[in-house]
Structures are given as structure tokens and as C-alpha cells.
Ligand binder design. Structure first.
Ligand code: KIV
Length: 260
């Protein structure tokens, strides 16, 4: 039932690290598509682009628009749609919405946050031929705090159990967010599908970050993010120069106007 991209991602476990990032727009997706195996249209869009305090505010219709833009631009990568809060509260609602995602955006798969508790919903989607990516550990749609998970023995047991249940349900990959390194390693060794870490160590089969954090455009600076550039600074410098040029009558020049 899996498409070409998913099959190639499954094959990468134990062989080659899986590269993933988030995208919400056409120009970013076009760049990412050259280097990523998976592009996630994350519900982090709410916090990153719309300034919300939580991902819970993200509307399904908003996500559909961003997903269409990303899918239009990306030709090679697997495109995963992050199902927003309350769009998969039961299996019927989950299927109705996921079916719409696949039909309208042409994304290849959906991602749902949660483990054992939502396994019935995940199984139903997979039975209906919708590829699902799991997400365990810190669950931003439900988190009361953003602390690392898996430090105490009960939490560790629950998260490991979540991973095993999801793998048995038939998800094609599992995002592990903000868990302690030894737990991410244990999960990665125990489950047969690839694990994709975010703040969960190099032991995972792949890594994902929010692109805007990685390029230094967002205001979020957790320890697990490596900042590869400072785009915020680059924009600031450009806008400052533009403003000065207008005030000093240096822009537009004769090169920037139509003379004929
Ligand atoms: O919404 C998102 O961007 C995510 C990633 C952080 C995994 O779920």
C-alpha cells in the first residue's frame, strides 16, 4: 500500500539517516525538496507564522492552504500533513478529515500526535489506506509544559509502549520529540519502523527541526536546535538598507524603472 517515497524511507532504517524539515510555503518547500526525504507541513505554523501561543489554535482550513502550497512546490520528498488539534478526536472524524487532506492537498501522509490512546484511530486510518506517521514523547497539542520526557521510570515505560503499539499498528515512521537520549535509543532499537528525532538524540534513524528555528528566523531557541544561519539578522540588514536608500533617494535608480 505504500508509495515509492515511503518505501524508500522504510529502507533507510539502519542504513542512512533520514533528513526532515518543516515547510509552510512554496519558496521554502522548493529549497527543502532538494535535500529532504520528508517535508512536514507542521501545525507549528500557528506559532511560527501566526504568532499563536500554542499549536491548538491552528485551523484545519489554514493547514490545507499551506499544504497545497508546499505540495505544489515539492516534487521529490514525501509530504506529510500534520493533523491539527481536535481534527482526529474519533476514528470517523479522523478519516473524514484525512481523506480530505489526501484528496485536496495531494499530500502523501498524515501525522497524528499520541500513542496507545489513539491507536484505534491510527489503525482505522491505515485500514482505509491512509499512511500515518506517529508522534510520541512531548506532544505539543497536549503538553502542559515543555520539559524533557522519559526521565522517570513510569513515563519511560509508557513512551516505549506507545512506540511499540504505533509500530504494530502500521505507521511508517515515528517522530520522537524531547525524550532523554537513552530512551530514544531503546525505542529506535526496538521498533521496526524509522524513528525521527527532534530533541531526542543522534540515535534516531532521522532528524527533524522546524526550519524557521534552524535558519534563525523564529524567536524559539531551545538547546536541541542548531542555528545554521541568522536569517532574521539578514532581513533586518536588508530592510534597514532599503529604508535608508529611499530616504536618501538612492532607490529606485534608473535600472529599476521603465523608460520605454
Ligand atoms: O508541527 C511541527 O512542526 C512538528 C514538528 C516539530 C515535529 O510536529
Amino acid at each position: 500500500m505504500f508509495n515509492r517515497q515511503i518505501k524508500s524511507i522504510l529502507k533507510k532504517k539502519y542504513k542512512s539517516p533520514i533528513v526532515c524539515l518543516t515547510a509552510y510555503s512554496e519558496p521554502i518547500a522548493k529549497i527543502l525538496d532538494k535535500y529532504c526525504d520528508i517535508i512536514l507541513v507542521g501545525d507549528s505554523v500557528g506559532m511560527v507564522l501566526y504568532g499563536s501561543k500554542t499549536t491548538r489554535d491552528v485551523k484545519f482550513e489554514t493547514m490545507l492552504l499551506h499544504a497545497k502550497a508546499v505540495k505544489r512546490a515539492a516534487k521529490k520528498s514525501l509530504i506529510v500533513f500534520d493533523m491539527p488539534y481536535k481534527t482526529y478526536s474519533n476514528k470517523f472524524l479522523a478519516f473524514k478529515n484525512a481523506k480530505r487532506v489526501i484528496k485536496e492537498t495531494k499530500c502523501h501522509a498524515v501525522k497524528l500526535e499520541g500513542g496507545k490512546k489513539i491507536s484505534g484511530i491510527i489503525k482505522h486510518l491505515i485500514k482505509k489506506k491512509i499512511p500515518v506517521m506517529g508522534h510520541i514523547g512531548l506532544l505539543p497539542q497536549h503538553a502542559v509544559n515543555f520539559k524533557t520526557k522519559g526521565k522517570n521510570i513510569n513515563q519511560r515505560k509508557t513512551i516505549l509502549e506507545d512506540a511499540i503499539v504505533l509500530s504494530e499498528c502500521g505507521v511508517f515512521a515515528i517522530v520522537i520529540e524531547c525524550v532523554i537520549e537513552s530512551l530514544a535509543k531503546e525505542i529506535t532499537n526496538q521498533v521496526k519502523v524509522p524513528t525521527i528525532g527532534i530533541g531526542a538524540s543522534r540515535h534516531c534513524d532521522g532528524q527533524i527541526l522546524v526550519t524557521d528555528d534552524m535558519i534563525g528566523l523564529s524567536n524559539f531557541h531551545p538547546k536541541f536546535v542548531r542555528k545554521y544561519s541568522n536569517v532574521k539578522k539578514m532581513i533586518e540588514i536588508s530592510v534597514k538598507k532599503y529604508s535608508q536608500d529611499i530616504k536618501n533617494k538612492k532607490f529606485p535608480s534608473s535600472n529599476n524603472v521603465y523608460n520605454k
